[in-house]
Design a protein. Structure first.
Length: 188
């Protein structure tokens, strides 16, 4: 992009500026409220950034690959507050109709459910009644949905990861953006 001459000028210019000015960086997680910055197609919900894909039906592996293509991961609910905040959003936007893959699975050890993105155990008490059940010995990936006809909210459920009948939407979670700002003090 830059030739050698341009690089030398840029380096010289930065050195000249840094000799006449004091530059104090401030780096923080997130985006200041006053900043006019978009995170689209990721939505800020609570403290997280999510890309919710309700109508593109994929198996768990394909959903995971798509999230990675976007520089994100299938959603990992690290605490009840995050889970409840996202569920409230899903309820408002999609009601009872949508089903979404999460990063949860028991692929390493059947019966031991972990979040794929951080390998932490799933400790949320948000399972549907009698779930996970590993029905027919083939349910190893976790989705979030209104699972039963009597469900009153989105809940966790295990499902086959790549079965042709287990195609769902998915939720990708991006890292929180980092904002850098600089205060430049003139010493001239």
């Amino acid at each position: 992009m830059f030739n050698t001459y341009t690089r030398v000028l840029l380096i010289f210019g930065v050195l000249a500026i840094s000799m006449a000015y004091k530059i104090t960086p401030y780096i923080r997680e997130g985006i200041p409220d006053a900043a006019n910055v978009t995170t689209a197609p990721f939505l800020k919900i609570g403290d997280g950034y999510y890309r919710i894909v309700p109508y593109e039906q994929r198996n768990w592996y394909s959903a995971y690959e798509q999230c990675r293509k976007w520089g994100s991961e299938l959603v990992t609910f690290e605490n009840v507050t995050e889970y409840d905040t996202v569920v409230t959003y899903l309820d408002q936007q999609y009601g009872r109709t949508a089903r979404f893959w999460t990063s949860g699975n028991d692929l390493a050890t059947t019966g031991t459910h972990n979040w794929f993105t951080n390998a932490e155990p799933i400790t949320l008490n948000r399972w549907a009644t009698n779930q996970p059940d590993n029905y027919l010995g083939i349910e190893h990936c976790i989705l979030i949905a209104y699972v039963n006809y009597n469900s009153t909210n989105y809940q966790l459920n295990d499902s086959p990861c790549a079965n042709s009948t287990a195609l769902y939407g998915y939720i990708c979670e991006a890292d929180k953006p980092i904002t850098a700002s600089f205060i430049i003090t003139n010493f001239s």
